[in-house]
Design a protein around this ligand. Structure first.
Ligand code: GRG
Length: 294
């Protein structure tokens, strides 16, 4: 099967799982909240994080049944972060994944609550699973909560906001990239590894892999914000320059950014080559993340 077909099938599977979670409302209020949560959750994301978690987890022997709730929880956390990031108090964006942003459709108050609802639902799903499956699942949940929290994605978002108007240097940029982007990608890998009962040595390799892929992914994102177009990306381009964001291209230049993506991709491939089992899809996935056009 071709890589793109494999990727498409995996994304469809994640979509099916996600659809099964938000249809249990008990009154009109829950129904309205679920509608706003579902709107963003099912609006066509690439599903990279859940696919990474499931791929690594199954590579090391975990079952789909064990993995799926964590995969969907990460996508819920990712979607909450996008809803909140688009709010007028943050990036103030009208378009996301080619659709009007959550607050444009449902209003700011409901968008905040839809994001909160997704974040908490993620922890409800993971903790229910961890109660049944024990310590390795608790470790997976711990990875995901740390990565999305105050010293992970939220910390990175704070640094990003405070370094607007080109405040900050190479170390601030590194902090933003590691926390805002790499953390959530990395925990998809380590959580998958924990659920599959991997050794700490493998978990450490997965952590290094996540860091490299996350950095490459963010630098590619910055390059796309300069070189792509709104139709392809499904959101306006040029927003980093407009907001004077500290990015790899703004600090080191566009050509250096492209070279950095290439070196990180090959370092990531070397780590994957050290894993046993069929790593063909995982390697192609890393290639896709670093060379994608949206
Ligand atoms: C509001 C707490 C809080 C955090 C916001 C995720 C984020 C932090 C901001 C969104 C903007 C951004 C450029 C984040 C970096 C990570 C990134 C490139 C996200 C986009 O992820 P994709 O490409 O999106 O996987 P899809 O739409 O495919 O799911």
């Amino acid at each position: 099967m071709s890589f793109s077909k494999g990727l498409h099938n995996r994304a469809l599977k994640v979509d099916d799982y996600l659809k099964s979670y938000l249809n249990n409302h008990k009154n009109e209020f829950e129904e309205k909240l679920h509608e706003a949560m579902t709107y963003s959750l099912l609006s066509g994301g690439k599903r990279i994080r859940p696919i990474l978690l499931m791929e690594v987890g199954s590579l090391f022997g975990a079952s789909e049944e064990e993995l799926k709730d964590y995969a969907c929880a990460i996508e819920m956390i990712h979607t909450y972060s996008l809803i909140h990031d688009d709010l007028p108090a943050m990036d103030d964006d009208d378009l996301r994944r080619g659709n009007p942003t959550n607050h444009i459709v449902y209003g700011e108050a409901m968008a905040i609550l839809a994001g909160d609802g997704l974040l908490n639902y993620a922890f409800e799903l993971m903790s229910e699973k961890a109660i049944d499956f024990g310590m390795n699942h608790v470790k997976a949940m711990h990875e995901i909560s740390k990565a999305s929290g105050h010293q992970g994605m939220i910390g990175g978002q704070v640094a990003d906001i405070l370094s607007e108007d080109a405040h900050g240097d190479a170390s601030v940029l590194r902090y933003i990239q590691e926390k805002k982007t790499s953390a959530l990608l990395t925990c998809a890998l380590t959580a998958g590894g924990y659920i599959a009962s991997c050794s700490e040595e493998i978990i450490s390799d997965l952590r290094t892999l996540g860091l490299k892929v996350g950095l490459a992914f963010q630098i590619k994102d910055d390059i796309l914000d300069i070189e792509s177009d709104e139709d392809t990306l499904g959101k306006p381009i040029g927003s980093d320059e407009k907001n004077s964001k500290l990015t790899y291209p703004s600090l080191y230049g566009l050509e250096a950014a492209k070279l950095k993506v290439e070196s990180l991709t090959s370092e990531a491939h070397q780590i994957i080559d050290g894993f046993n089992g069929d790593v063909t899809f995982l390697k192609s996935l890393v290639d896709y993340l670093c060379h994608r056009d949206k």
